[in-house]
Design a protein around this ligand. Structure first.
Ligand SMILES: [Zn+2]
Length: 325
């Protein structure tokens, strides 16, 4: 036990496809301590037997380790989970292509049972990240804000009239699955040509492969989104052209969202954005040209996330605080 409980107000867990991050929030919202574990990968053969068991065990382990280190009682402390998929209000993970070992499981109930508590607050990870940016980060004070996290896919969330938009089932904000090209590549959601096939890490990969096939990009540059972004940063013209195309798709997707939500700010996060200054400028510039009303209107601010990789876990902790009786 390294910290006293008076220093810590809640625990938030961000469950990703590859790792589980747990944070303990201090009185001012700063991260007092953090614990990470790899997300258990469940083979297709074991899916029927496991149904969330391995994932819930790992989440509970992160929580008990962190709670012990900061001096909180995992049975009663403010605690929230952010998970990568469509979460019903009762805590069931209805659909999650990046956490398929837990699809259909009520992750909140499974974790609560392991900790000996009545319940655990749960929401979609992008919803949690938006709550964190709205409370502590760049969207503080904004009544109308959107958040897009560009990782392998796209996570999305909307703040409308100062409140997180959840929808009738809890599924609002799945912006990555807006179809932008009916003839586009297949998407893990079962549809095709979804925005995230063009404007996420997977999108960057697709655009790079297309450029490689047409001879516009060298094979070593097209190998992965990371190699492409490094080459573009170093001034490789073929890579810069792919990044430019990527920015157009992202701007086009955001323009569609602006037509629906009229936000004052759009927060962009995720691995594709962080550390890569190549994306924000061209995307903002394309966005002004793509908006309905064009130069006659003020475009929303396009800003990178303030909380970065921690946003989901910090928002999950906030969710847990708000659910406390
Ligand atoms: Zn899709």
């Amino acid at each position: 036990m390294s910290k006293s409980s008076s220093e810590v107000r809640s625990i938030g867990i961000d469950v990703g496809g590859t790792k589980i991050l747990g944070v303990a929030l201090g009185p001012t919202g700063s991260i007092v301590d953090a614990v990470r574990l790899p997300t258990p990968q469940v083979s297709d053969r074991d899916l029927g037997r496991d149904v969330g068991t391995s994932v819930a065990n790992a989440i509970a382990q992160v929580i008990t380790t962190l709670a012990d280190r900061v001096g909180l009682d995992p049975k009663s402390c403010a605690l929230g989970l952010g998970v990568p998929g469509m979460v019903a209000f009762d805590g069931t993970l209805v659909f999650a292509p990046n956490l398929h070992g837990a699809i259909g499981a009520n992750i909140a109930k499974l974790v609560a049972k392991r900790l000996g508590r009545r319940d655990v607050a749960i929401d979609n990870d992008a919803n949690c990240a938006a709550m964190a940016e709205h409370h502590f980060g760049v969207a503080r004070g904004a009544d109308h804000a959107l958040l897009l996290t560009l990782g392998t896919g796209i996570g999305g969330a909307a703040i409308v009239n100062g409140v997180l938009l959840r929808g009738s089932n809890g599924f609002a904000g799945e912006f990555g699955h807006l179809m932008v090209d009916p003839r586009g590549p297949n998407c893990p959601c079962g549809s095709r040509g979804c925005l995230e096939r063009f404007a996420s890490g997977a999108g960057l990969r697709h655009l790079a492969e297309t450029a490689f096939t047409s001879g516009a990009l060298a094979g070593d540059v097209a190998a992965s989104p990371e190699t492409l972004l490094i080459a573009a940063t170093n001034g490789d013209q073929g890579a810069l052209a792919v990044v430019d195309r990527f920015c157009w798709w992202l701007a086009r997707g955001i323009a569609n969202l602006v037509a629906c939500f009229d936000p004052s700010i759009v927060v962009l996060g995720g691995g594709v954005i962080e550390g890569h200054h190549l994306i924000m400028g061209p995307t903002a510039s394309y966005l002004s040209g793509e908006l309905e009303g064009g130069a006659l209107r003020t475009p929303p601010l396009l800003v990178p996330t303030a909380l970065g990789k921690d946003a989901g876990a910090v928002g999950a902790a906030l969710l847990g605080e708000r659910a406390q009786p």
